[in-house]
Design a protein around this ligand. Sequence first.
Ligand code: FES
Length: 74
Amino acid sequence: MEQKHPYVIKEQPGTKSYCACGKSQNLPYCNGAHKGSDFHPWKVEIDEEKTVAICSCGRSAKLPFCDGAHKAQE
Ligand code: FES
């Protein structure tokens, strides 16, 4: 994953599939590119419309959400 900042998205309610392998062409969402690997997407249930920050650096302790760990790389 090359982006060093989270994906900040205003999500609508529903089940979201966020990419865990970094190969999706539709980041931060899973597009099935993990097939054949040991990775599985992060499934998150969004209950209400809200803004989320999805980690793109892979270092967050709260994956798939950003916890600010990317700042250590700047
Ligand atoms: S993008 Fe913020 S912790 Fe990874």
